[in-house]
Design a protein around this ligand. Sequence first.
Ligand code: UD1
Length: 347
Amino acid sequence: MKEIKKVIVTGGAGFIGSHAVVELVQAGYEPVIVDNFENSFPIIVDGIQQILGDPVKIYKVDCRDSKGLQNVFDKEKNIYGVIHFAANKAVGESVADPLKYYDNNLQSLVTLLRVMKANNVLRLVFSSSCTVYGSPDSLPVNESLERKRPASPYGNTKRVSEELIEDFVASYPEFQAISLRYFNPIGAHRTSLIGELPIGVPNNLVPFITQTAAGLRNELTVFGKDYDTEDGTCIRDYIHVVDLAKAHVKALDAFLNVDFKGKNEIFNLGTGKGNSVLEVIKTFEKISGLKLKYRLGDRRPGDVPKIYGEVTKSSNILKWKSELTLEDSMRDAWNWQQYLGKINFKP
Ligand code: UD1
């Protein structure tokens, strides 16, 4: 019988983490969620369990709490590796309160690495972001480009975290790490039992679209209409969250087949294709049959005009490629929004 590998998933009740937990179980891993529930909700855990038809193990622990983490590692023996999703991710909030971001995002990582080292758990998958490319000079961006200083403190915590992991594995080469640079994760699980739960007014495009369509927001403002792109609006690489979740399974699998010892190997996780804000809106209108209320407004400070990623390295080494389309993403995001309306959920 195949040995079931236990994986600690920090932030496993969050948007990407919850989808990864589902994919991990379905691929034969045993995820153990560690989450402080500051930015996540019990209905997501219920949703995970409904999809799986089985309970999942959960510890309510903040990753800055080394005793709390040690307690998890004491109780859970034979840990194969850790996927570290837990972090704050709101760009605007990070500008308003940078210390919150440096404190939480960096302290969590340092504490986690200390505890992993003390317990001889040697494999880490880290959630990074394409924000470390800054405003790129050429497209698509690939992993060998130098990191640029991101426009926000949030983004900078991702850049510093990648470097921190690099320094760590260089000093302790028995460790191996994979940093996954996400482009723009959107969508929700096909079952509508888990999805994104922004607190308050959403910063990100797709939840803003679905909340506007649901009548929770008056209208969407498209940030910028005069960019040097075909329709004047920004271009991003939107990736379905389930595709993204599957890449984490592939990353854990890759530790078995490829020697990453002493390395922090970096992979882009995107579709390799860019779409404009107006294309996203049109796709939403097509799948929902609704007209979205929007207006073309000013640029948002800190936005890069265009970014999408080269995905050859992920495809060659992780054996992973995105499969779902922008239509799939918008359909699943819209179904999720409607489900939240039906259950009258208010974060
Ligand atoms: C941002 C962060 C990224 C982070 C991601 C997930 C930056 C530069 N990017 O991505 O690092 O991982 O969030 O949290 O820090 N838009 C509108 N109207 C809206 C909202 C968005 O037109 O109301 C446009 C934006 O201008 C952008 C696109 O939609 O062109 C996507 O925006 P958003 O969903 O916020 O993601 P990013 O800013 O690309």
